[in-house]
Design a protein around this ligand. Structure first.
Ligand code: SAH
Length: 468
């Protein structure tokens, strides 16, 4: 017989206690360990070491469900206490039923509870009979696998998402750069691990596709976010090349993670509170003129900028050129923060200014954050104002500045500005004058002035809410 186990336990329940609880549960029905196909629990337990070790040791599939999914399953023994702690009135019974794909009639064992005699931790086991396989599922054709592109954040376990850990726990094969594989070492028991170097991106994507086509679940690990200068793009490229479409049985899931820009910003203050962009200084795959044009445009447009891949042993001049381009548009004392290995053991943060930026200690593991013309460093924190000072008197109890209205665009917002523009033009300012004053293209000034002003929209507080 094929069965699924539902398992609930206290945080930190040792493997031995879980084994004992499962052994008792199986014995009570005369079932064997080999009958177990899958074990399931609530997603809060996705990082429960004993549970992960048990599944890995036995070679069981492991499934985690959200409180909402579990709460929707009718069970014989719902509990208010369990609901209070987990958000679902049942964990083990509901998880067993979900994993087995059956209803209450197929629950073979209602929740069986054991308190570990040495550790005092509680474990609860329920057993459900797996749904009979249909002919199609039972055929010998391998089931299609899945590729999960997992962004694990900056590089500390605490800053990895729950879904990222679940995805790695679910995977049969884990592919990634050695440093990142080490970070999730506790989740890897019993899995096939493929360690690849930085430069083998396409290779990694090909290995992932091959494993998924053979029916495996593959987790491809990237630092930060898998889509930011990471594996997501190359993976799609390889898949498209192989004729893959979203209808293909091999599924793809991208699991977002905090990118270096987010992590580094959080370490230095609040530099990204206004418009920002990221530019990679790596010219391994991008021509320098493309990078230089983007640096120039971002500097000109006053974006806060995060420079990824700023410098390596071999690429040392790129950061100097970036500085040269920025100094054409920004003050020499513009704040710059250099964050190395954010949230990792060798983290190092250095504040400097644009004119001294290239002298700083910058390497492969650094991200360089360059402030905009309003960014300040105060008390060792880099902060870019949101713009409240344009509308409110911050020092006078938040009174609104004259001519401004809470919840409405600034008087220098689009409509207010167009009125000013029209008035100036009517008084004799030429298109060229206005283009120079506002540093905007002449044809844009001409085109927008040729359109009639629209009536202002009715009062509404929607906008303010939409921007937090
Ligand atoms: N996918 C990653 C970026 C890969 S490119 C992400 O989303 O973060 C590699 C660059 O990312 C490095 O050269 C560095 O600029 C930046 N980076 C990655 N992790 C970092 C960390 N922990 N601290 C500082 N910079 C980091």
């Amino acid at each position: 017989m094929k069965i699924a186990l539902g398992l609930g336990c206290d945080r930190g329940t040792p493997l031995a206690t879980l084994e004992r609880a499962v052994a008792q549960a199986l014995d009570s029905l005369g079932l064997a360990w080999a009958d177990v196909v899958a074990v399931a629990s609530i997603d809060l337990k996705a990082d429960e070491t004993g549970l992960l070790a048990l599944a890995a040791q036995q070679g069981w599939q492991i499934r985690f469900y959200s409180a909402a999914e579990l709460a929707a399953v009718p069970v014989p023994n719902p509990s208010e206490t369990v609901r209070k702690y987990t958000g679902s009135p049942s964990v083990s019974e509901a998880a067993a039923l979900l994993a087995a794909g059956v209803d209450m009639s197929q629950l073979l064992l209602e929740k069986h509870k054991l308190r570990g005699p040495e550790d005092g931790r509680n474990a609860t086991v329920s057993i459900a009979r797996m749904k009979e396989m249909t002919e199609q599922q039972d055929s010998t054709a391998p089931q299609a696998g899945k590729i999960m592109l997992v962004g694990i954040g900056p590089g500390s376990v605490d800053h990895m998402t729950l879904r990222a850990r679940q995805a790695i726990a679910e995977a049969d094969v884990v592919i990634g750069y050695v440093t990142y594989i080490k970070l999730v070492a506790d989740l890897l028991e019993g899995k096939e691990i493929i360690r690849k170097s930085m430069t083998e991106e396409l290779d990694r994507a090909v290995s992932a596709l091959e494993a998924a086509e053979a029916g495996k679940k593959v987790a491809l690990i990237s630092s930060g976010d898998a889509g930011v200068y990471g594996m997501a793009g190359p993976t799609y490229e390889v898949l498209f090349q192989a004729g893959w479409t979203p209808e293909h049985p091999v599924q793809l899931e991208i699991i977002p993670g905090a990118s270096a820009i987010n992590s580094c910003a959080a370490r230095v203050g609040a530099p990204l509170t206004h418009d920002f962009c990221s530019i990679s200084l790596s010219d391994l795959l991008t021509p320098w003129p493309v990078i230089a044009r983007r640096l120039d445009a971002a500097a000109y447009a006053d974006f806060v900028v995060a420079l990824y891949n700023p410098k390596s042993g071999r690429r040392t001049r790129q950061i100097v050129e970036a500085q040269r381009l920025f100094l054409r548009h920004r003050r020499p004392d513009t704040p710059v923060a250099i964050v190395k290995s954010a949230y990792r053991r060798r983290e190092r943060i250095e504040f400097t200014t644009l004119d001294r930026m290239s002298e700083a200690d910058i390497g492969m593991l650094s991200t360089v954050l360059i402030g905009n013309s309003n960014t300040v460093v105060q008390h060792g924190l880099m902060v870019t104002p949101r713009g409240y000072a344009n509308k409110y008197h911050l020092d006078e109890g938040g009174a609104t500045r004259s001519g401004e209205k809470p919840g409405r665009s600034l008087s220098t917002g689009l409509l207010g500005w167009l009125e000013t523009l029209q008035a100036a033009h009517a008084e004799g300012a030429s298109y060229e004058d206005l283009a120079a004053e506002y540093r905007l293209p002449l044809d844009y000034i001409r085109a927008t002035l040729s359109e009639p002003l629209e009536a202002a929209a009715p009062d509404s507080s929607e906008e303010e809410m939409a921007t937090e």
